[in-house]
Design a protein around this ligand. Structure first.
Ligand code: ADP
Length: 319
């Protein structure tokens, strides 16, 4: 393989730059030319390409977001559009593609190879940790640290004013961020899509904690389960006092990646190029039991990542 391209697509995640850096540098070291496709699939269709080299990815590892930028490209769900994309790649002599992104982006990557025969390797980059067959995706750890830091700050003010805080966190249809953040901040309760919420029991738990003398109360709500406003409305008349709502929003997607995410991204970036180099594609790089392994697109994407219920039990046990 003489020339490959790399892109970031869909929701951005901290650590994507570290992955781009690894792809570019490992490719260059193997005498493979690298083209950076800007703005994901939209940029591919617009031929928004830049030449990448060893120096062009210097100093980017610690940066949040993605230097190649990202986008949504709804027309990529159409087969004719993907055919056009394959023709553009071929016109530029690009023999392989690395797509860094979430579930949607990986679907696009899978179809591009399945129908158009473009060799593609995917790298899971999303804060939601909702991609199956990999223990972690790039960005999850940084996001968790941001959420934990924010909840810790809210706990300070919650204690001072003896208030209950309802904190809404991201995660799409996954309760992973809410569960782990709730566990490691000692939140009173979590509301996640994996478990139907019982407001009666939740209200009673908060009241009981208060009777025991606990002066602050944090309830972490996953966006996929309910909105913080809904949870507050259900709880306030049960507990008899006002709650405060915080929706953490997009701060969860930003920030300098943690050491864990930089390491994961570096390992996955190198693995992606290595797979292409040895003629292996139609796979995603995955972290399994500490090792980076290739897993087939169709295997990954037919599954929904399930939440480890031991974490949920631990949260309940220790709060
Ligand atoms: P993420 O990759 O973070 O999950 P999206 O779900 O928005 O983000 O997907 C990003 C892009 O991937 C979409 O804008 C579209 O271009 C492409 N994509 C998503 N789903 C599909 C699909 N089923 N088929 C082809 N392309 C898709």
């Amino acid at each position: 393989m003489k020339k490959i391209a790399v892109m970031t697509s869909g929701g951005d995640a901290p650590g994507m730059n570290a992955a781009i850096r690894a792809v570019v540098r490992y490719a260059v070291r193997n005498d493979i030319e690298v083209v950076g496709i800007q703005r994901g699939y939209a940029g591919l269709l617009d031929e928004d390409f830049i030449k990448m080299n060893f120096a062009s990815v210097g100093g980017i590892m610690e940066k949040g977001g993605t230097i190649l930028r990202s986008s949504r490209c709804p027309e990529f769900v159409r087969k004719e559009t993907r055919k056009e994309a394959a023709a553009i790649l071929s016109k530029h002599g690009i023999e392989g593609l690395v797509v860094i992104g979430g579930e949607g982006s990986l679907h696009g990557a899978m179809f591009l190879e399945e129908e158009q025969k473009v060799p593609v390797v995917g790298i899971p980059g999303t804060i939601d940790n909702d991609i199956a067959m990999t223990d972690m995706s790039i960005g999850v750890d940084t996001c968790l640290n941001t959420v934990v830091d924010a909840i810790q700050k809210l706990k300070d003010t919650a204690s001072s004013h003896e208030r209950a805080f309802i904190v809404e966190v991201m995660g799409r249809s996954s309760g992973y961020i809410a569960t782990v953040a709730g566990l490691v901040t000692g939140a009173e309760a979590i509301v996640i899509p994996e478990i139907p919420v019982n407001y009666e029991a939740l209200g009673n738990k908060i009241l009981k904690e208060r009777e025991r003398g606990k002066i602050n109360c944090i309830v972490v709500v996953a966006e996929g389960a309910a909105s913080a406003y809904t949870v507050a409305r259900h709880l306030e008349h049960r507990i008899g006092y006002e709650t405060r709502i915080t929706i953490l929003g997009h701060i969860q997607r930003g920030g300098s990646p943690t050491a864990f995410d930089r390491l994961l991204a570096s390992r996955m970036g190198v693995a992606a190029v290595e797979y292409l180099k040895r003629g292996q594609s139609f796979v995603m790089t995955a972290l399994q039991g500490g090792k980076i392994v290739p897993v087939r697109f169709d295997e990954v994407l037919k599954q929904k990542k399930s939440l480890n219920m031991e974490l949920v039990e631990l949260t309940a046990l220790l709060s």
